[in-house]
Design a protein around this ligand. Structure first.
Ligand SMILES: [Zn+2]
Length: 293
């Protein structure tokens, strides 16, 4: 699970539009590939050992959820391993540490001026960043099983975005400082904010269920070849109203984070020329040399 298919793609697409030059032109040239591969990280979960835990962190496993200061594990991976042990950390999810590693991968890819590595790291970083903006990716009660609210995961991150995304205003980047050398550390603030949203996520669902009644709350829908029991359209509508723009805000923040991380990685790599452009220039140069010959 992560943001649904449509939301992940939208996040990458809008972030490309708003990252500053020269990254904007480079990513725009490769827009189709990037949008197409926005969900690759989720697809790897079934085939790659160690992938699944990169998409979340169960912050409530680290302490009482009403006292956020004791929820947070050490931000430094070695310190965290020394405190909890690696196996335990992987069990609870390693999302924020992984974002730091992916950020480093992107810097390395820019330094190497390797187009394929840059694109792969760009899209993967965006995926993991976006996932950590989803409140349910910071809790062991990620699908409501512990509170009798099963299906809340798909409701929040797939059904609401799919039915409401066209109305979302996702771009608030005018005042954003894209160059932020500390951005990778801010991931801890992101998961904290996501975790603080959980109260509304669960409360709104309970309220909506009480108001609409179990009979009207569910409907069957066909996704691909699977027939699933999901929250009904009327339920989604009511739940959406009660969330008061929460899904839209988390999506907008995901987009903002992607463009800041991408741009900062490029600056930290020393603002190297971007591969597409270099190829263009060398192609022109090769043609001129051929004509001269
Ligand atoms: Zn994911």
């Amino acid at each position: 699970m992560g943001w649904g298919f449509a939301a992940h793609r939208k996040i990458v697409d809008v972030a490309i539009h708003h990252v500053p030059e020269p990254l904007h032109s480079f990513l725009k040239l490769n827009r189709e590939w990037l949008v197409e591969h926005a969900l690759d990280a989720d697809l790897r979960k079934h085939s790659v050992i160690g992938e699944a835990e990169k998409h979340y962190i169960d912050l409530d496993e680290f302490g009482a959820s009403d006292s956020l200061s004791i929820c947070m594990p050490p931000p430094n991976w070695k310190d965290a391993v020394a405190t909890f042990g690696e196996a335990e950390l992987r069990e609870r999810g390693i999302g924020p540490w992984n974002v730091k590693w992916q950020f480093k991968n992107l810097i390395d890819a820019f330094e190497a001026q390797d187009k394929n590595r840059i694109l792969r790291s760009t899209v993967d970083l965006a995926h993991y960043l976006a996932d950590l903006h989803v409140p349910l990716h910071t809790s062991k009660n990620y699908d409501g099983a512990l509170t009798g609210q099963i299906g809340i995961h798909a409701l929040w991150e797939t059904q609401v975005p799919e039915s409401k995304m066209d109305e979302f205003s996702l771009v608030n980047l005018e005042t954003v400082q894209h160059w932020n050398p500390q951005c990778a550390n801010s991931i801890w603030q992101v998961v904290k904010e996501s975790h603080m949203c959980l109260d509304i996520v669960f409360k709104a669902e309970k309220e909506a269920m009480n108001e609409i009644g179990e009979n009207q709350a569910f409907s069957f829908c066909t996704r691909g070849r699977v027939r699933q029991k999901m929250r009904s359209d009327a339920f989604v509508e009511l739940y959406y109203d009660k969330l008061k723009g929460q899904v839209e805000q988390r999506m907008a923040k995901s987009i903002q984070a992607c463009s800041i991380y991408w741009y900062s990685a490029w600056v930290m790599a020393g603002q190297p020329p971007l591969p597409g452009k270099k190829t263009e220039i060398s192609r022109v140069r090769a043609m001129i040399e051929w004509i001269i010959k």
